[in-house]
Design a protein around this ligand. Structure first.
Ligand SMILES: [Zn+2]
Length: 459
């Protein structure tokens, strides 16, 4: 196959379109030309086209590229470095001191490792949060381009080193000046949001409830409106957030966010675990986007968000892997299974969160959360070709009657065989074509060892 073919025919696949009718086409074919899905056909159809490359996808499912709506690119170097700790110890004794010791090279390698894992497990688009200047925004953005993924990089905005009710506890290396944050965010938005291929976008991210003054939220809302970009932040993740918002603003976390003008379809809130009934109605009424991160919420014992209730209320809920210290992977296939099963256990109802709903969260809902739904999120003629081929010829994937059920409940990220983003093949037969797997893995190991030493955290 040519390195970057202008046209590709994928034939003989079980195509899970996730279109409005949620069609599944057995033995179908997809013709991709210049990055666009040109034809989508059933078995036996003949076309006039002469594609530059043909992928025989017999025995494979093709699903839309998975979309991770909340992850920390700079945390894959911290994998295994902060397990089985309370949230406060996790953050203050391990994650923050190590991140405060990052160099821009650490930031780049961590981003490469995160993207490598995502590509190999079928993620094509993501929202990367917690991008502080220390990690080198520019180097991370260039890594997205090199990897060939779609990435929204959310620049952290802060004016206080606090966290929750505690003041001045953030390590020096992570503290940023408000004006510098806003200046850098504007420069990145100007540079990347108008770039021609449109794969990288710059967003803005208020750091946390305790990391921003009341006035800064309104400033961030104005900045996003003026720059025509999106906002994302962690919200109502732990019970302490509720206490903090009540004490400081006299409101719930979501009530406060709505008051400062940040609720709405241009905003994406991660976690949303601690919401009261009115908050859920507000999230729905404002058509806000939510990044549900079930592995993180369960591993850090934050709680289980009321996801079916949020969806019922009208909120748009996507999925996120969060970070390596709290997940510990960036594998959306695993995340989908957990998202499906924890709600069944919480509600004592196996009918809640069916497989198609969960796949919709990881595809169309994710696209909507990123403002990309006219372009990606489903397999339809005219959309950009972000496609994932899953090899079904595995003992844990046969037999099947419902391919969507098998993808959600039985598949693993390592079953992903081929990935296309914007029509470009970036993974083939399980091997990454845009990133050097061996170099990235060995460099990541060496850099984690160095980080332990430099940060004084100790392995
Ligand atoms: Zn997070």
């Amino acid at each position: 196959m040519p390195a970057n073919p202008g046209s590709v025919l994928i034939k003989g696949a079980i195509i899970v379109t996730m279109d409005p009718r949620q069609r599944v086409i057995e033995g179908g074919s997809i013709l991709v030309e210049d990055g666009v899905i040109k034809e989508l056909k059933g078995p036996g159809s003949r076309g006039e086209s002469r594609p530059e490359a043909v992928i025989d996808a017999k025995g494979m499912a093709v699903i839309p590229g998975l979309i991770d709506t909340h992850l920390h690119l700079a945390q894959s170097l911290l994998r295994g470095a902060a397990d089985d700790l309370s949230l406060v110890d996790w953050l203050m004794k391990r994650v923050w001191p190590m991140q405060a010791s990052f160099t821009e090279e650490d930031g780049r390698v961590s981003a490469e490792l995160s993207m490598l894992e995502m590509i190999k497990s079928g993620t094509t688009s993501f929202v990367g949060v917690d991008v502080v200047s220390r990690y080198g925004f520019e180097g991370i953005a260039r890594t997205v381009v090199k990897a060939g993924m779609r990435g929204a990089l959310a620049k952290t905005i802060m004016d206080s080193p606090g966290y929750g009710t505690k003041r001045s506890i953030m390590p020096e290396g992570l503290v940023e000046d408000k004006d510098a944050c806003i200046r850098e965010a504007k420069a990145m938005i100007r540079k990347w949001n108008s770039a021609q291929d449109g794969l990288v976008k710059a967003w803005v991210a208020p750091r946390s409830l305790g990391g921003c003054s009341k006035g800064l939220y309104a400033e961030v809302a104005d900045l996003a409106r003026e720059q025509k970009t999106r906002v994302t932040m962690h919200l109502a993740e732990v019970k302490e957030d509720v206490n903090y918002a009540k004490k400081n603003f006299g409101l719930t976390p979501f009530g406060f966010i709505e008051k400062v003008g940040l609720a709405g379809p241009g905003s994406l809130f991660a976690h949303m675990v601690w919401l009261n009934d009115e908050d859920i109605r507000r999230a729905g009424r404002t058509m806000s986007n939510v990044a549900h991160c079930p592995s993180s919420n369960t591993k850090l014992a934050s709680g289980i968000p009321r996801v079916p209730e949020l969806i019922e209320a009208g909120a748009n809920v996507g999925l996120g892997c969060d970070g390596a210290p709290c997940n510990n992977s960036y594998d959306m296939v695993r995340e989908m299974k957990l998202a499906a099963v924890i709600q069944k256990a919480r509600l004592l109802d196996p009918r809640t969160m069916p497989a198609t709903t969960v796949l919709g969260m990881a595809t169309m809902n994710g696209a909507r959360a990123m403002g990309l739904d006219p372009k990606v999120g489903s397999i339809e003629v005219g959309k950009r070709a972000d496609l994932v081929l899953i090899d079904l010829k595995k003992p844990h994937l046969v037999p099947y009657t419902d391919v969507v059920s098998n993808v959600i409940y039985s598949a693993m990220g390592s079953d992903v065989d081929t990935v296309l983003v914007d029509g470009r093949v970036i993974l083939r037969k399980g091997r990454a074509l845009t990133l050097d797997e061996d170099r990235i893995m060995s460099e990541a190991q060496r850099r984690q060892d160095d980080l332990f030493r430099r940060s004084g955290v100790g392995a």
